[in-house]
Design a binder for this molecule. Structure first.
Ligand code: GDP
Length: 422
């Protein structure tokens, strides 16, 4: 069989626990490649009692021998990237050996961050809930064909390119109000760019092609989640990139015919950060209990995450648009003390019932629930009630749940014999 690239991505609104699963499965892969997003992502890994948060660098970086490639679909803030490198180096990671950067990846400039803040402030109440890291404006410059790329750092005229883009941004910023003083940020950016020279740069499409020819195993790692996809998410409350499996092709230069398993990560419930529709959201103390039990506060922003019951139509939609071949259920332990577990099986839209994700999830979409008994405790494995809950999910979405996570640690991971086959 020809060597293929497996894809691992979020099947909900992000923060599903992708980082933990990548870290758990990393020994099976020689290359882990991030295909989209930027430093707005925050993947949290916990092992040997220590917590590590990664923003731009793939979650395989703690497994010796693994190559971690930041793909062309990712946008990079050199300052944040360098900070992340230094934290890893303090942990003893040989970053120059473990990490590779795609020359085609776009760079976030200080003025991108300023534009992000100005644009979000202008939107007032209808704000998207941006993390204000400059990611949206950087992707806009990419599609507007103005962007600066990692490969440009090798050019002698980098400063001229930088100044040209900065001037464009300053004209735009002038429309929003006074120009912020970015001199210090700019110096920091230039310094970070110089220090990034220690990380090897590659043409990622060629690198991965060669890796496939050599029979090396590759995992493409997504950030955020399916329902935040720029095309298929709850637009306009979405991120600026394609978070779905197709994004792995464009974000790494992999042909669709080379995609193998597609692993969808979901939580036993749902969360969402920032604004936007969320049909199963709980505004009561049950939601608060989930938030506290699941520590549902953003790892990048610290913002409390909105919490609610599992949404099966949304999960089925994620299975459909990604071609998910298997699922991993995270954070089952968070619901341990809940007597009754609700699961959304459909929506009532304008008086009619549907189990299909509508074009837009507006306020008129009301979640319809089924109640299942709680499972008490996951310390000793998967209790019968949890198994019944998982079977209910498998039957609704038609793909197997192969991994169940019952705690943040690597060790709290159960490989399950699925109830359905894909
Ligand atoms: P990611 O962006 O998808 O990698 O997710 P985050 O790292 O933002 O959020 C996942 C959080 O849940 C992290 O703090 C993990 O340590 C934690 N976590 C992952 N799996 C589990 C689990 O099964 N149970 C509990 N209680 N926490 C988990």
């Amino acid at each position: 069989m020809r060597q293929q690239v497996d894809v691992l991505l979020g099947a909900q609104w992000g923060d599903e626990g992708k980082g933990k699963v990548v870290d758990v499965v990393a020994p099976d892969y020689q290359v882990i490649a991030r295909f989209q997003g930027g430093p707005n992502a925050g993947h949290t890994l916990l092992f040997e009692g220590r917590k590590h948060v990664l923003h731009t660098i793939p979650s395989g970086v703690f497994r010796p021998g693994t190559k971690n490639l930041v793909g062309n679909g990712v946008v990079i803030d050199p300052v944040i990237f360098l900070r992340e490198l230094k934290a890893l180096e303090e942990e003893g990671v040989d970053t120059a050996e473990a990490i590779l950067l795609s020359r085609r990846a776009h760079l976030i400039l200080p003025t991108h961050r300023a534009l992000d803040a100005a644009s979000e402030a202008e939107k007032g109440k209808s704000k998207i809930g941006s993390t204000l890291k400059g990611i949206g404006p950087t992707y806009m410059d990419k599609t507007g064909r103005n962007g600066l790329r990692v490969g440009d750092l090798e050019r002698g005229d980098l400063r001229t390119l930088y100044d040209g883009l900065k001037r464009k941004h300053e004209r735009l910023l002038g429309l929003y109000g006074d120009l912020p003083d970015l001199r210090e940020a700019e110096e920091e950016w230039m310094d970070a760019v110089r220090q990034l020279e220690r990380i090897p740069r590659v043409d990622c499409e060629h690198y991965l092609d060669e890796a496939l020819r050599e029979g090396r195993s590759i995992l493409a790692e997504g950030a955020q989640g399916t329902l935040l996809d720029i095309d298929y998410g709850t637009y306009p409350f979405v991120t600026s990139s394609n978070t779905i499996s197709a994004g792995a092709c464009t974000g790494l230069g992999i042909p669709p015919t080379r995609i193998g398993r597609v692993i969808g990560i979901f939580k036993a419930y749902c969360t969402r950060v920032g604004s936007g529709p969320f049909p199963t959201e709980l505004h009561d103390d049950i939601g608060e209990r989930m938030r506290q039990a699941g520590h549902e506060f953003g790892s990048t922003t610290g913002r409390p995450r909105r919490c609610g019951w599992l949404d099966l139509p949304a999960l089925r939609f994620a299975v459909m648009v990604n071609g998910i071949s298997e699922l991993a259920m995270m954070k089952a332990d968070v619901l341990n003390d809940f007597g009754t577990i609700r699961v959304c099986t459909g929506y009532r839209v304008n008086g009619s019932l549907t189990d299909r994700m509508p074009y837009t999830l507006t306020d008129d979409v009301e979640a319809v629930y089924e109640d299942l008994p709680g499972w008490g405790d996951t310390a000793a494995g998967i209790p019968a009630e949890l198994e019944a809950y998982i079977l209910r999910i498998e039957n609704a979405v038609g793909v197997p749940v192969k991994l169940v996570s019952t705690g943040p640690d690597r060790a709290q991971t159960i490989l399950r014999a699925p109830g359905v086959t894909a």
